[in-house]
Design a protein around this ligand. Structure first.
Ligand SMILES: Nc1ncnc2c1ncn2[C@@H]1O[C@H](COP(=O)(O)OP(=O)(O)OP(=O)(O)O)[C@@H](O)[C@H]1O
Length: 499
């Protein structure tokens, strides 16, 4: 039997490591008659929210009705089941007949087929005449209406200090011997997730009567395993519908999932199918943008359709073999969380065109590198050169360097870059045949010329990353006056790559 079930706390005082939340929940129940508000328990998975809700009900002698908000049940069903449950107690005197509705995944209403999911639940929460406990991982993924209708209790990750004694206790109850170091290690690697720690412990205890420190290393459980399996499904083999259904089981929000898919898809897809799949991802991203703008989580569904079913449908033939999928790069997460995908893609496209590399190389390898090199515009000349070469506007420079778009620093860099481009255009017009790309005005054809003329003398790591022609720093001195005083370290070597 699953130890997490076997040892699920049956009373509130068995909830470990969340004393404050536990007391607040008790207080909420004690005063419910007066305020009649629902409560939302929020925090990471596996730290006892659901257990606390059930434990409270059991302490209070309340019957429970548990619903999962992300089930694809319609508004009607939710209203009928929960509404009845919540309202039917009106006539019952006293606490005895009380029922508590426990609504899991209250932050996940996008999974609801019905568009009215969130609104329906909000009005239900407001009208309910019985206690309701909502459970959510991320409070701020809930609609603001729903948030406002509830009291809020935050559950914290369970500290290692609280996890270890639980594990020790379980070992004793199960008659398993242990090294303290092993339990420590299990607690450590589950950082705050008590359920995960218990699962690991059980897995390690299987077939052993002693858990030693050495056992733990190999027993490490990958928390994100679910995602890797999912990537295998969506990228390698699944049909559209299957891919969509499988996505419901993945413990990632669409905002995160799209990063996983986008970063890993190019490892298996190529050519036309990759292009089509990117189109679907772009659609998905537009829906995600709409969700962010409107806080209307029903749009998540369309994002989900595009990024899962769409990507699966783009596949021309099944993909075999094993692929080393990895977590989304820092860069792709950054690009998304700031809602700056368009900027990122613009820059990536410019780099790809200028450098003759693929968009995904530009995005995953070159862009992050540039970002580091030009962080806060610290290397001003390099930043100017980059802006000139890739024809970047202030918003792009700001995006790459992290300096504010409206700052003088960025504005002056863009101006200088423009001047630099003009100067080069003039030089070109003057017929500098032998130096066309060194003074290139960066027409689209320029990159091709540059490629053709690649003299194979990349002089820095960046040159090889860039994939574009790198030439002599012939006109470094033609760079517009560096009037900014805050360039700390000018890196002439790096500069050459943009000339
Ligand atoms: N604070 C805790 N005290 C005691 N046991 C806990 C605690 N947190 C988790 N557990 C153990 O982990 C199991 C799962 O916990 P529970 O389902 O309550 O977590 P949760 O926070 O609701 O997670 P999820 O958001 O994934 O539902 C419990 O059955 C229990 O065995």
């Amino acid at each position: 039997m699953d130890w997490t079930e076997k040892y699920r706390p049956s009373s509130l005082d068995e909830i470990r490591g969340n004393d404050k939340a536990r007391d607040a929940l008790q207080e909420w129940a004690d005063t419910w008659e007066d305020h009649r508000e629902a409560v939302v328990l929020h925090g990471s998975p596996g730290i006892g929210k659901t257990s606390a809700a059930h434990a409270l009900a059991s302490d209070e002698g309340w019957a429970t009705i548990e619903l999962n908000a992300s089930d694809s049940r319609t508004k009607d069903v939710i209203e009928r089941v929960a509404g009845e449950a919540a309202k039917s107690g009106t006539l019952t005197a006293g606490e005895a007949g009380r029922r508590v509705v426990i609504l899991d995944e209250a932050d996940n209403l996008h999974g609801n087929v019905d568009r009215g999911g969130s609104a329906a639940i909000t009005s239900l929460v407001k009208e309910a005449s019985q206690p309701m406990i909502l459970i959510a991982n991320d409070f701020y993924e809930m609609s603001s209406g729903l948030r406002n209708a509830c009291q809020e209790i935050e559950f914290r990750d369970v500290s290692k200090r609280s996890i270890v004694p639980v594990l020790r206790d379980l070992c004793r109850k199960e008659g398993v011997e242990y090294d303290d170091a092993a339990l420590d290690q299990i607690a450590e690697m589950n950082s705050g997730d008590l359920r995960g720690a218990i699962k690991d412990l059980q897995a390690m205890a299987e077939g052993r009567d002693r858990i030693g420190a050495d056992d733990v290393v190999t027993g490490e459980r990958d928390k994100t395993e679910g995602v890797f399996d999912y990537l295998d499904t969506v990228i390698k083999e699944a049909g559209a519908e299957e891919a969509l259904k499988a996505s419901y089981d993945v413990d990632e929000t669409p905002d995160d999932l799209i990063n996983w898919i986008e970063d890993n898809m190019p490892k298996d897809y190529e050519g036309e199918e990759l292009a089509v799949a990117y189109d679907f991802l772009a659609n998905a991203d537009r829906w995600l943008g709409r969700v962010r703008a409107t806080q209307n989580y029903t749009f998540w569904r369309y994002a989900g359709d595009n990024m899962t079913a769409g990507v699966a449908a783009a596949r021309r033939e099944p993909k075999g073999g094993w692929t080393r999928y990895g977590p989304p790069s820092y860069w792709s997460k950054l690009g998304r969380s700031r809602g700056t995908r368009n900027k990122r893609d613009y820059v990536a496209r410019r780099i790809a065109e200028a450098g003759g590399v693929s968009m995904s190389t530009a995005r995953r390898e070159i862009l992050p590198h540039l970002s580091v090199m030009t962080h806060h515009c610290k290397n001003r000349e390099l930043t100017v050169a980059m802006a000139a070469k890739y024809e970047l506007e202030a918003k792009h420079v700001s995006f790459i360097t992290g300096s504010g778009e409206d700052t003088n620093k960025v504005q002056s860099i863009v101006e200088d870059a423009e001047r630099l481009r003009e100067e080069r255009a003039v030089e070109n017009a003057g017929g500098a045949f032998d130096d066309a790309h060194a003074g290139g005005s960066e027409e689209t054809t320029d990159s091709e010329e540059a490629d053709a003329e690649d003299d194979g003398e990349p002089e820095s790591a960046q040159a090889s990353l860039d994939g574009s022609a790198t030439d002599e720093p012939a006109d470094a001195e033609t760079d517009a006056p560096a009037d900014s005083t805050d360039d700390e370290d000018d890196d002439q070597a790096g500069l050459t790559d943009f000339m």
